[in-house]
Design a protein around this ligand. Structure first.
Ligand code: PEP
Ligand code: MG
Length: 330
């Protein structure tokens, strides 16, 4: 099987009937891994900046951040790199920034923390913008957005960072222009599902974080073994949320990708493609497998699969439908 999967590795990700799907990878530190696989994917759909922060024993300086981000942007040449602003708190603590909360997943995490510490946000935004000089493939993504105020405030800070970096650049190299990267928002807190139209007016793209979306929609801690069996992206309500998102984004004409683990699971990738998602971002080790699956399905059979899956009332039924399809593929 490995050999068959390998044969498809360098071919485009498109269904039998020619529908192409853009496959991207999620990265944190493993940027070298990505470089080895270049030519096999279309970009970095999620660069988790908190990972290098977690490896240190203090906040990285602006210069350290700029050098790291520049390296990442350069490694991938012309491919787009979606850098997410710091998403700590919840399950991702910083050793040098202790948080003690009764409900960390409902607490101070992601954009909430960095907007309360605008100096952290500004330093990071400046480092990203400066790292993009001479590159131009940066996109910025905001985690854990639950309200328009957060989008507005983050945009304001990115604007401020933009003018600061531009002024410094123009002083050093008169006539030089600073690129303005696209801005995107993670769809991972259920509240934002019902304000997608307003968020869409403020940003360039969306990225669905199925890990947190599943956790918050089902009120199940994604890391608590006691309730692990309840954590289930195949829950019919999660599937309905995901169809709502793709339909709304298509209506609004706003690009959307999926960067949660569901996109890198065979069953998840099938369902998401069937729903109409055309951009999937996953850990690099899932890339070959997902590409092989996409290359072996026809969109008309995906429509049948989706209709059956959406009729299911229990997660187990959804799994059965999806697994039957996967078995028929081999
Ligand atoms: C997600 O929540 O699905 C996601 C991609 O982000 P993280 O797993 O880093 O929270
Ligand atoms: Mg998340």
């Amino acid at each position: 099987l490995e050999a068959i999967v390998a044969e498809h590795r360098d071919l485009p990700a498109e269904t039998i009937d020619g529908q192409s799907i853009s496959l991207q990878i999620n990265a944190g530190l493993n940027i070298e891994h990505g470089v080895e696989q270049q030519g096999k994917f279309d970009g970095i759909g999620l660069y988790r900046t908190e990972i290098p922060f977690m490896m240190q024993d203090r906040f990285p300086t602006e210069t350290e951040q700029r050098e790291l981000y520049h390296q990442v942007l350069k490694n991938f040449g012309d491919l787009p790199v979606v850098m997410r602003t710091l998403d700590v708190g919840g399950d991702k603590p910083l050793p040098y920034f202790p948080l003690r909360e009764d409900n960390p997943f409902l607490g101070w995490r992601g954009i909430r923390l960095t907007l309360d510490h605008p100096e952290i946000f500004l330093v990071q935004a400046r480092a990203m913008l400066a790292a993009n000089i001479g590159q131009g493939n940066l996109k910025i993504l905001l985690p854990m957005i639950s309200s328009l105020e957060e989008v507005d405030e983050a945009s304001r800070l990115i604007n401020q960072a933009y003018f600061e970096v531009r002024n410094e650049l123009v002083q050093k190299q008169p006539g030089k222009e600073l690129a303005r990267p696209e801005l995107g928002v993670m769809i991972e807190v259920p509240a934002i599902l019902y304000q997608l139209d307003e968020v869409a007016k403020r940003v360039d793209f969306f990225s669905v974080g199925t890990n947190d979306l599943t956790q918050y929609l089902l009120a199940v801690d994604r890391n608590n073994p006691r309730v692990a069996s309840l954590y289930d992206p195949y829950h019919p309500s999660v599937l309905r949320a995901l169809t709502h998102i793709i339909e709304t984004c298509n209506e609004l004409n706003k690009p959307v990708s999926v960067c949660g683990e569901f996109a890198g699971e065979p069953g998840g990738a099938l369902l998401l493609t069937a729903m109409g998602y055309r951009n999937l971002s996953m850990s690099s080790q899932n890339l070959d497998k997902i590409k092989w699956i996409i290359r072996n399905v026809h969109t008309s059979t995906l429509q049948v699969l989706l209709a059956q899956a959406m009729k299911a009332k229990y997660p187990e039924q959804v799994r059965r439908v999806v697994n039957n399809k996967l078995e028929s593929l081999g």
